[in-house]
Design a binder for this molecule. Structure first.
Ligand SMILES: Cc1cc2nc3c(=O)[nH]c(=O)nc-3n(C[C@H](O)[C@H](O)[C@H](O)COP(=O)(O)O)c2cc1C
Length: 343
C-alpha cells in the first residue's frame, strides 16, 4: 500500500486514517490486523495509571506490542496529574523490559490521555470526561511532556461550544501535540449523532492540531472530516462494521491499494478471518480470540450476499474449534465469488 507520509502531532505517519481506541477490542492482534489493512496509527486499550503503579499484572499485559504493528498510542487514564505521570513512567519502563524479554524494539509512538470516557468506573476516579474543562487536564499534559514522547489527548464536545474551544486552547498551550474530538457530549455517551460543527470550528481555530472521531461509517465521512482541516480521522464502530473501510478510504484519498484489500473474494475474507483467529489465539489465548473473532465476523462479510446463515450459525459458537468448524462448513456451502463492497 503506498501512501504519502504525513507529519502530525509530533509523529511521522503513513496516513491520517487511524484506528480509534476501543476498550476490550484494540488488543495487539486486532491492531496488527488493522495495520495490515492500512491504519496509519492505532491505540492501546485504556490503561489505568493506578493499576500500573500498583504493578498490576493485567495492566502489564495491556502494554504488549507485536513486531507487525504500526505506530501505537499508549492510552492512559488517571484522575490526577501525579498519578498520570508516575503511571506513564512505569509503563515506559515496563515497555523497555518487555522489549528486552521478547528481543523486540517496539516502542509506543506517543502518550495518550483519555479525557473522553463517560463510564462511571472511570469518571468516579476523576478521570475520562470528568477532566473536561478542568485545570487538572492541562497540568496533566505539562506533566507528561518531559517524558519525551508526543502527548495526544482524546476528548469530547462540551455542551457549550465556546467552552469546548477554550478547553482545547488550554490543552494546546500546555503542549498537547494533537487533540481528537469526539463530537458527542459526555451525556450522549455513544448515542445520537456526533456533532461535526464543533469539530470544524476547532480544526479552523487550531490548524494542524485537531483530529476527529464520531460516526465514521463510510468514505464520505472520512472525506468530510479531512475537508474541514482535521489532520486525522479515527475509525471506531465503523471499522468493526466494515474493516475494508480502511483500504477503501485510503484508495479514495489517492493511495494505491490492492484490490485484494478493497474488494476481497469470499475465500480471501474467510482466510483473513481464519489467519486473524490463529494469530489472536497465539497472542491472547482462545477465549479472547473467540471474542475478537466474533467482533469482526459480521464486518468481514459486509456486502456479501448469502452469508446470513453463516452469521446466524457462528454467533453462538462457544469455542474456537466450534467457530472454525462452522466456518469450514459454511465455506463449503457458499459459492466463492467476488463481492461488490460499497460502504
Ligand atoms: C466498545 C467501545 C470502546 C471504546 N473505548 C474507548 C476508549 O478506551 N477510549 C476512548 O477514548 N474512546 C473509546 N471509545 C470511543 C471511540 O473511540 C469513538 O470515539 C466513538 O465510538 C465514536 O466514534 P464512532 O461513532 O465512529 O463509533 C469506545 C467506543 C466503543 C464503542
Amino acid at each position: 500500500m503506498s501512501a504519502t507520509a504525513i507529519q502530525v502531532g509530533g509523529l511521522k505517519l503513513d496516513n491520517g486514517l487511524w484506528l480509534a481506541p476501543l476498550a476490550g477490542v484494540t488488543l495487539p492482534p486486532l491492531r496488527e490486523f488493522f495495520t495490515l489493512l492500512g491504519a496509519g496509527l492505532t491505540h492501546t486499550e485504556m490503561v489505568s495509571c493506578m493499576g500500573l503503579i500498583r504493578d498490576n499484572r493485567k495492566t502489564e499485559g495491556m502494554l504488549r506490542l507485536l513486531p507487525g504493528e504500526g505506530p501505537v498510542i499508549l492510552q492512559l487514564f488517571a484522575g490526577d496529574a501525579d498519578t498520570l505521570t508516575q503511571g506513564a513512567q512505569v509503563a515506559l519502563a515496563m515497555n523497555a523490559r518487555l522489549n528486552k524479554l521478547n528481543e523486540l524494539n517496539a516502542r509506543f509512538a506517543a502518550l495518550g490521555i483519555n479525557m473522553a470516557c463517560p463510564m462511571p468506573k472511570v469518571t468516579k476516579r476523576g478521570a475520562g470526561v470528568a477532566l473536561m474543562g478542568t485545570k487538572t487536564a492541562s497540568v496533566m499534559v505539562r506533566g507528561l511532556k518531559p517524558l519525551g514522547l508526543p502527548v495526544w489527548v482524546k476528548t469530547r464536545k462540551m455542551p457549550d461550544d465556546s467552552e469546548t474551544l477554550e478547553f482545547l486552547e488550554e490543552l494546546l498551550e500546555a503542549g498537547a501535540d494533537n487533540i481528537c474530538i469526539h463530537g458527542r457530549t459526555a451525556a450522549q455517551r455513544y448515542e445520537g449523532r456526533a456533532d461535526r460543527s464543533i469539530v470544524a470550528s476547532a480544526a479552523a481555530r487550531f490548524p494542524g492540531k485537531i483530529s476527529a472521531s464520531g460516526d465514521v461509517y463510510g468514505v464520505a465521512d472520512v472525506e468530510e472530516y479531512l475537508s474541514m482541516g482535521c489532520v486525522g480521522v479515527m475509525l471506531a464502530r465503523g471499522a468493526l462494521a466494515n474493516p475494508c473501510l480502511f483500504p477503501l478510504a485510503l484508495r479514495a484519498l489517492g493511495c494505491r491499494v490492492s484490490e485484494d484489500l478493497t474488494n476481497p473474494t469470499l475465500e480471501q475474507r474467510i482466510q483473513r478471518l481464519r489467519d486473524f483467529g490463529v494469530r489472536a489465539e497465539e497472542v491472547c489465548g482462545p477465549r479472547t480470540a473467540l471474542v475478537l473473532l466474533k467482533r469482526l465476523t459480521s464486518g468481514m462479510f459486509k456486502g456479501v450476499s448469502g452469508v446470513s446463515e453463516l452469521r446466524r450459525r457462528i454467533g453462538p459458537a462457544s469455542s474456537l474449534e466450534e467457530f472454525f468448524e462452522t466456518l469450514r462448513e459454511e465455506e463449503a456451502r457458499m459459492p466463492g465469488k467476488i463481492m461488490e463492497n460499497s460502504p
